[in-house]
Structures are given as C-alpha cells and as structure tokens.
Write a protein that binds this ligand. Structure first.
Ligand SMILES: *[C@@H]1O[C@H](CO)[C@@H](O)[C@H](O)[C@H]1NC(C)=O
Length: 406
C-alpha cells in the first residue's frame, strides 16, 4: 500500500473547515471521554466504528530482520535516528521503577493483537548506495529491483531514498509504499517477499510527507511541531516507516487486515491517518508530549531514550485507533512532563556538550563508508504495491479510496 496524500477537493476542504470549527475538543479515537469547553456538533465529526477485516491470509509473525538499503546520501546521524527507531520496536526500555512515557515497544505491541503472536523486529544488513547506482530519478520498478537481491527469508527489505532522489509518484501522490514481489522461479518457486520504500521529503514536499513537523500546504493550519530528532525529513520518514512496517506485518500480501478494496486498503496505521495524540482532528495532530527545553514534540521513547512521534494504530481489541499513552496524554504536554522526569536522550546530551542546546539539525558528520553497488538484475514482477499518502492528515479524508502506485 502507498502512503498517499490526497489533495483535498473543495468538499473535503469544507468538511475540514467545519470539523475544525466545531471540534476544538473532539472525541478522541481512544474512546476516552473528554471534558469539552463547549458542546460540539458531534454528529459532524463522530467516526464510524472502524473495522479492519481479516482476509484470511498470511501475516508476518515471529522474528524478522530488516535489510536497510540507503539510496543516496544520508548522514550517520540520520541513519542512527531510523536504525534506533527500528531497533526500539522490539526492545523494551528498562524503566527500573521510574515513570517513563510510552515506549516505541509498547506502540508496536498492538500488532500482537492482529490474530495472535508477536513480530520481533531488528535491523539486520545495511547497504549504502550513496553513489546513486540507478541515478536520481527512480520508478517503482527500480525500487523493486533494488529490493530484490539478497536473502529474504524472515526479512523485510526497506529502501530509503535520500532527499535529492525523485521517485515516480513521490510528492505527487505518495510518501512511500509497501508491497511484495516474487523471486525467480528457478531457485525459489517464485516465493514472495515483502518490501517497503520511503523517501526523505525534506526538500521536495515536507508539507505533505513530513507533517506535522512542517506546515501542510493545504487545509487547516496549525503551527508545525518541533521534530523530536531535529530533522524534519528524517522524523517524517519515521512516521511513514512506522505506518508501512505496521501495514507490512498485518497485511503483507493483500490478504491480511484492512478495510476497503485491496488495491487501496486502509491498514493498521493508515486507517488512522493524521492522529498522534488524544483529541486529534483534521489539521491538528492531537495532544502529545513536549520537551520543556528543546520544545520537541514526541509521544514515545525508544532505545537510548531517543524520542519519536508515532502515529495512532488501530487496535483490534477495541476497534479504535489508539493513540499512545491513552489517559495519560489527555493532559497537555507540560503536565505530563511534570510527572515524568525530563528524559535526556543521548542526542540531547551531545547537543548540550556542543553548546547547541537548540533546535538545530544534526550536523552532517563527514565520512560515509564506501558504497556497495547494488545489483540490479531483473527478477520477477512486483505485485500488490500500495502506498500511503499523507497529506495533512484528516481521518475524514483517510476513508477516501486511494489508487495503485503502479
Ligand atoms: C526469536 O528470537 C528469540 C531470541 O533471539 C528466540 O528466543 C525465539 O525462539 C525466536 N522465535 C522464533 C519464532 O524463531
């Protein structure tokens, strides 16, 4: 499926405006009642109970390692943000009796309720392709060819394209996609393998693919949030990767959990587009935590106490989009921070040491390891590649049908 954003039609703009007007304290998707300053026209914004149906096919359960293909230039600091995110999915944070905010691992644990059984994720092989072996303009077929070589058993391959790479459909209609392709018949009898692609939108379309860290280009505007790792493009990629990894394990081959047509499914996280905290409504990501010093917005911590902002995920047990933290996050950031000790991640400490305790992007640390050239032999046809797009997020828009990436 493709992470797809929709350019709003006049109708959606109107709806969004209405919703914006009337939903200052909307009922949140976590189903917990809120105290509202004034009565609202609930009928305008109330959501249908959301049900992702199970289509009786395979899910990815058990141990999976991620092969990361870095296409184009990424700094070590940028790669660390994403690698730490992935390695946080299945690594509980030892809390030693301390109160900590929700963790990335607690977010991921919701996937265990899709049928039953955990999916443990870790980062495996990484390939740097910083010499752009296929150039700076890629097609979906190029992405599939990049993803095909190498081992695939219990592996999800993730292609990450740098900010200066244009991919057909990227920023026009999508922020990334996941799908599957077949291996050559001779060796594997055409076994399928899952893969994901996400692009860095920092320079091409941060308003579409890095919201809420950048102003949306259309629709209701609220001030952008400060990206938790001070990198709008990479923190935006984390949101899209979170969406697609959850979609991959719960609907790897179009027969898992989704709502709507299989060519344009709403999956675990894409069904909850635009929601990050309680009280989210179109154009407003919801109540999340704010670091009092850096002003970074986040709702989960991972390994090395790195902060992340993760999207809501549909919970099969409640048939609701669950935002992180539930009742705790109903209180605005500052209050939550007051009851949690301020968490200083390694990034915070490093910035402090450098005397840069501000909102600067991580410096590009010079040296990049030697590139390995990707093999680009042609293999079987891709199938079922879908994307998700995130235009500035609106649950109401999320139910609109979206099309094939290819
Ligand atoms: C997954 O890995 C863990 C630890 O490495 C191991 O204990 C467990 O048996 C593995 N599970 C499966 C299904 O292979």
């Amino acid at each position: 499926m493709v992470i797809r954003f929709k350019l709003p039609t006049m109708g959606t703009i109107l709806l969004v405006l209405l919703v914006g007007l009337f939903s200052a304290g909307t009922a949140s998707a976590d189903g917990i009642a809120h105290i509202h300053p004034h009565p609202r026209m609930l009928s305008l914004v109330q959501q249908q109970p959301l049900v992702l149906e199970y289509h009786n096919g395979a899910l990815l359960k058990g141990n999976y390692s991620l092969t990361l293909l870095w296409y184009g230039s990424f700094s070590p600091a940028q790669r660390a943000i994403i690698v730490d995110f992935f390695n946080s999915l299945s690594t509980p944070i030892p809390t030693a009796g301390k109160k900590v905010p929700p963790t990335v691992a607690s977010w991921w644990r919701t996937t265990e309720s899709y049928k039953s059984g955990a999916t443990a994720i870790s980062v495996g092989r990484q390939v740097l392709m910083d010499r752009y072996p296929l150039g700076k303009t890629l097609t979906p077929r190029n992405i599939r060819l990049l993803a095909t070589p190498g081992r695939h058993k219990n592996i999800i391959t993730v292609v990450l394209t740098a900010a200066d790479v244009s991919v057909e459909g990227f920023c026009m209609s999508s922020c990334g996609s996941h799908g599957s392709a077949r291996l050559p018949w001779s060796k594997t009898r055409g076994a399928r393998f899952p893969y994901i692609w996400v692009g860095n939108s920092a320079t091409q379309c941060p308003g579409q693919c890095a919201w809420p860290f950048h102003r949306p280009i259309y629709g209701p505007q609220s001030p952008p949030l400060v990206a938790p790792n001070r990198d709008v493009g990479i923190d935006g990629m984390v949101i899209n990767l979170a969406t697609l990894v959850a979609g991959t394990v719960t609907n790897p081959y179009d027969q898992g959990f989704f709502q709507g047509p299989k060519e344009a499914p709403l999956e675990a996280v894409s069904a909850c587009t635009g929601m990050f905290g309680s009280g989210a409504f179109p154009g407003y990501p919801g109540n999340v935590l704010t670091d009092p010093v850096t002003k970074a917005s986040y709702n989960a911590v991972g390994i090395r106490l790195r902060k992340y902002l993760l999207p809501a995920m549909w919970n099969p047990k409640t048939s609701q989009c669950a935002t992180l933290g539930g009742a705790h996050l109903l209180i605005r950031g500052e209050l939550c921070e007051a009851s949690w000790p301020r968490l200083e991640s390694e990034t915070d400490q490093a910035l402090k040491r450098k005397g840069q305790h501000t909102l600067k992007r991580d410096a590009k640390d010079g040296s990049v390891p030697r590139p390995k050239t990707a093999r680009t032999r042609e293999y079987g046809k891709g199938e079922g590649v879908r994307g998700i797009g995130r235009w500035a997020p609106s649950p109401s828009m999320a139910v609109e049908p979206v099309g094939h990436l290819t």
